[in-house]
Design a protein around this ligand. Structure first.
Ligand code: 13P
Ligand code: SF4
Length: 331
């Protein structure tokens, strides 16, 4: 079922108009539903703090894929964005997977439609296709391998050197991997709206005011931000870095939701969100990730809606590059 059809169905059953009593204790009710329904809540580090705190497991894209692969629950509640919940469904066709807000998309996934990738593949038939997990099931279904920011280097390096590669859809991650591995890849021109918003001039200013702070960045950030950074890595990589590095101050160039986990892991350290170009917007918050709220989490657990669906023929094909990724990544 495509997303638009699913949204129409939600409208039909009146789900979009549902409200909750004013004084409802969401924490208590969500914990109750979790027990009643044998549900597991998986949340990404970019979710709002209250959602991270109530989740059974909080992780980055790769950790969440592994977790989704091994959960023993009747209901998987995915507090993240659509492609993540879809990946969980691809791995668990017999389980119900729900996402608090079906509109929680991703600018990277939207930048790469399956028909366009297929046309590009047709022009380069000798190329192997590696796609970032931030893509739709249809795109995964025509990919040879998936990767996340945690394992992209390992995945690319697992391919024989003489094998040409198409890397999609993130141009920044692709360029960084190209530099790290020395592989000459054809890179799709997609980008994450959050990481593209960081300002290098303002970052330099913030660093001048906090000269002891180490700049760390997610590889979805543009080259000029990565060049100014002492560490580049996935969200879990960044969390481990701030935990283990002796420095006491860090300027963090990724979605601001990650600061919650960093402050939990290293409560005495200081974390400064990297500045964005337009100071009037909260651009370092992913508008898609932040569509999920405690209220929507509660409603989605109560009514088990919206459920993520993937047509079986697409699911079977999309499963192959995901499983290849999990297998190579675990080596
Ligand atoms: P990771 O979870 O792989 O670090 O990626 C961040 C991201 O943008 C997820 O949408
Ligand atoms: Fe997509 Fe960027 Fe949001 Fe991650 S932070 S879900 S890559 S738009």
């Amino acid at each position: 079922m495509n997303i638009n059809k699913a949204k129409e169905n939600l409208k039909e059953v009146g789900f979009l108009e549902l409200d909750t009593p004013k004084d409802l204790d969401y924490i208590k009710e969500i914990l109750k539903l979790k027990k009643e329904k044998n549900a597991v809540i998986l949340a990404h580090y970019y979710q709002e703090p209250a959602i991270q705190d109530i989740a059974d497991f909080v992780g980055d894209s790769l950790q969440l894929s592994y977790k989704a692969n091994e959960v023993d629950a009747d209901l998987i509640v995915f507090a993240g964005v659509h492609f993540m919940a879809e990946t969980a469904k691809i791995l668990n066709p017999d389980k119900k997977v729900v996402l608090p807000d079906l509109n929680a998309g991703c600018s990277l996934a939207e930048s790469c439609e399956a028909k366009d990738l297929q046309a590009f593949k047709d022009k380069h038939p000798d190329h192997l296709v590696i796609t970032y997990v931030n893509t739709s099931a249809e795109v995964k279904a025509i990919s040879d391998l998936c990767c996340t920011s945690s394992n992209a280097k390992k995945i690319v390096e697992s391919i024989p050197k003489d094998q040409p590669i198409i890397f999609a859809p993130d141009r920044n991650l692709g360029a960084w991997i190209k530099k790290e591995t020395g592989r000459d890849m054809l890179i799709w021109d997609g980008a994450c709206i959050v990481h593209e918003a960081f300002s290098i001039d303002k970052l330099i200013d913030v660093h001048k005011k906090n000269p002891k702070a180490k700049i760390i960045a997610h590889p979805e950030s543009p080259d000029y931000i990565l060049k100014a950074s002492e560490y580049v890595g996935s969200t879990s990589g960044m969390i481990n870095y701030v935990k283990n590095n002796p420095a006491q101050e860090f300027i963090v160039a990724t979605e601001a939701g990650i600061l919650h986990e960093m402050r939990k892991e290293a409560p005495k350290k200081i974390f400064i969100p990297a500045p964005v170009e337009d100071a009037s917007c909260s651009c370092s918050e992913c508008p898609y990730m932040k569509m999920n709220t405690m209220k929507k989490l509660y409603l989605c657990m109560k009514y088990e809606l919206p459920a993520v669906q993937v047509p079986e023929d697409v699911r079977k094909k999309a499963l192959i590059p995901i499983q290849r990724m999990l297998e190579i990544s675990a080596r």
